[in-house]
Design a protein around this ligand. Structure first.
Ligand SMILES: NC(=O)c1ccc[n+]([C@@H]2O[C@H](COP(=O)([O-])OP(=O)(O)OC[C@H]3O[C@@H](n4cnc5c(N)ncnc54)[C@H](O)[C@@H]3O)[C@@H](O)[C@H]2O)c1
Ligand SMILES: NC(=O)c1ccc[n+]([C@@H]2O[C@H](COP(=O)([O-])OP(=O)(O)OC[C@H]3O[C@@H](n4cnc5c(N)ncnc54)[C@H](O)[C@@H]3O)[C@@H](O)[C@H]2O)c1
Lengths: 205, 205
């Protein structure tokens, strides 16, 4: 079983390699990659070994080959159809964020319960009434869901996404959720990012 | 040296213990904590051991004691003054997010370059002209900074925060940043959260 942190680091390696390619670098080594991402070259070799044999000993890695391999491991060598529930401040920032499209994630429909928003199209994405969600999700064959609504409505949103056939969900709403066994939910709490900073600021002092 | 992932897990343990306390549970075990967070009890014991001896063998942990210990490790047993640069969709969602205050992070001033926003107060936070930032940061003794502006302006924002005495910065802006040696920057790219989901959705298939 691959540790969650290896998956996270694969995303970081992917970004560093993309940058190298952008700078015209076509071959690299685990030492050069280590310099770019801040993990030891031993850690990099251990992470990559979970997924196969890459590179030639002594000659390093072909950047394009390694990028393709990591993209296929992460599943970002294809497009994903994403639905967004809740188009408030956070939801709108996610709609507008180019970083999703760059990695193959296309938010193609959004849902809200605010009559002033329903029927509009923002950043090219139609906003539907949350009451119609299950039909729209099924018709559009949505694979990933993002929840950006208040805590009280989050469980309903999850149930609706699942009823619409979505099995992988990212949620920003706080609070406990009951998740069916075959559904995977990833929770984000941005306060934890500040806790990482406060940990380091405290441990230095 | 404590691994970054241990710090991340300490934030998760903190949240699970808080929930236990909310449910009236006053003592717990690494097995019960393991059930709540999804990591093995061996991993939990290993993580906690970085920071000291907690609990009594055979009798488990006092929830309140463990909470206090983790809070002090993470530096969330005190309040932190936070400045926000950029009050657009993402910035506003961060201003309004209660999860920051709950963990001791108080956004007490914000900066923008949009004349329609400067001088306003949103969610109790005054929005200053980014041109006056260095003075305001110094006077308010700001310790943490959050960057939520477009990539092109991010390096200027970092330099401004550093000139204002801020040494720990969370940034949502894409692109490379030149960071002085004694400053710590944490980058967030929410696309990586979707990549975690696409990895799992792909590896099951
Ligand atoms: N986890 C994090 O790090 C983090 C960060 C910021 C915000 N948040 C959370 O994200 C949520 C959204 O934040 P925001 O600032 O965008 O809030 P907001 O009030 O601006 O937006 C909420 C949106 O959800 C819609 N909505 C409400 N109930 C709904 C329902 N039952 N069905 C469909 N749509 C519904 C509203 O009409 C609105 O458009 C909040 O719960 C907030 O706590 C979490
Ligand atoms: N990393 C991530 O996961 C993630 C997610 C969403 C958005 N983003 C990024 O966050 C940034 C903000 O997103 P948004 O949706 O809030 O955009 P937005 O356009 O709504 O907000 C940007 C705000 O920054 C202000 N601004 C612009 N230049 C400035 C400067 N030089 N000094 C001070 N203020 C300035 C604008 O006036 C505006 O208020 C974008 O760069 C976006 O790519 C990142």
């Amino acid at each position: 079983k691959v540790p969650q942190t290896t998956v996270y680091r694969m995303s970081l390696y992917y970004r560093a390699l993309k940058q190298m390619l952008g700078n015209g670098i076509t071959t690299t080594s685990s030492a050069a990659l280590s310099e770019a991402v801040g993990f030891t070259d031993a850690q990099i070799r251990k992470d990559l070994a979970y997924f196969g044999q890459f590179g030639v000993p002594g000659r390093g890695y072909e950047v394009e080959n390694l990028l393709e391999a990591i993209a296929s491991v992460l599943g970002i060598n294809r497009r994903w159809k994403v639905a967004l529930v809740g188009v408030g401040h956070l939801g709108y920032a996610l709609l507008a964020y180019k970083g999703f499209k760059d990695q193959g994630f296309d938010i193609c429909c959004a849902f809200d319960n605010d009559p002033d928003k329903i029927g509009k199209t923002w950043e090219g994405v139609p906003i539907h009434d949350v009451a119609e969600a299950v039909d729209v999700l099924r018709e559009s064959r949505i694979e990933l869901g993002v929840i950006a609504i208040p805590e009280a409505a989050a469980q309903n949103a999850l149930d609706m996404l699942v009823a619409g056939g979505v099995k992988s969900i990212l949620t920003f709403a706080p609070g406990r959720l009951h998740v069916p066994p075959d559904v995977r939910v990833r929770r984000v709490d941005l306060a934890m990012e500040l806790e990482w900073l406060s940990y380091h600021a405290t441990s230095i002092a």
